[in-house]
Design a protein around this ligand. Sequence first.
Ligand code: SAH
Length: 348
Amino acid sequence: MTELIEKLYRTCDLSGSELKSLIETDDEEAAELLRSRADEVRQRYYGKKVFLRGLIEVSSYCRNDCLYCGIRRSNKEADRYRLTREQIMLCAESGYELGFRTFVMQGGEDSFFTDDFMCGVISELRGKYPDCAITLSLGERSYESYRRMKEAGADRYLLRHEAASEELYAKLHPAELSLSHRKQCLYDLRSLGYQVGSGFMVGAPFQTTDDLIADLRFLQDLRPQMIGIGPFVPHHSTPFAEEKGGTLALTLRLLGILRLMFPKVLLPATTALGTIAPNGRELGLRTGCNVVMPNLSPVDVRKKYELYDNKICTGEEAAECRVCLQRRIESAGYEVAAERGDCVDGQL
Ligand code: SAH
């Protein structure tokens, strides 16, 4: 294992069979070596900085029916909400005062959020906060829609590919969604000049090591500026309610591997990671992560953006989240960076 990790560290790549052994090992010494190499590489490019992204969960309405997701359209128990333009602006205002310089508007695929509506919000944000990055995470839309939103002032787009293996993609999604369309969206976003984030869930139902290797290979092809991964966490009113969730150890292994494969990438320690272990995000930060995405959504809607069970940070005000995260980041030995936090390499 030592040799494999050193080879990945030196060359940023491994063969399929080498990756398989590394993904599957439960050797603790290997985990520690991977962690320290990942941390060394993140510090080479980003020092001790951790970038904050203020997450505004704009809508829990979704036309899609992804089998793992708590806000899928078939979940009749879900309590739905959508924010108004004024509410979104208020979230951004409080976020700006708290020092955030990136706003992420994420939501289900809600047809109420037309291009006209989104472009209005984006240009207002762009005008008020010229020093901030505007990130969108609104799922699959048309090339024209992505183009208009970019023109209105959006900088970045987060769209996890979810699963790069056709077979697994089909088991996690309804028939009307396709991996090829998901990929097309990512290539469209990239060609429009967005900084792109992609990624996948770890430990999703039916996922094999070969599926994870397919995810890594797809990311090597796409070369996104950000890679978001987190453990799959079951949601009680989805078809995967009784499935096992992804583990902390496997998620950390993949984070370490991603940092060594993509030395300059932006790698968030996700809320899902913090949900499966109380110190999950701190462990992520120590294993190559350099981004956290605290919640800026109004407290009265937070519980309703329930993608999975036991999601953390649903009861606190934005300011409390900010203080709590600052404490966690510093306790792990890192520092909060109040800046836009672009990827050090425009195109990886
Ligand atoms: N509609 C947008 C935003 C989706 S929510 C889009 O399609 O991109 C953001 C991410 O949450 C998803 O990409 C998915 O990977 C993750 N997610 C959804 N359900 C989850 C679950 N049960 N456990 C862990 N992560 C989940």
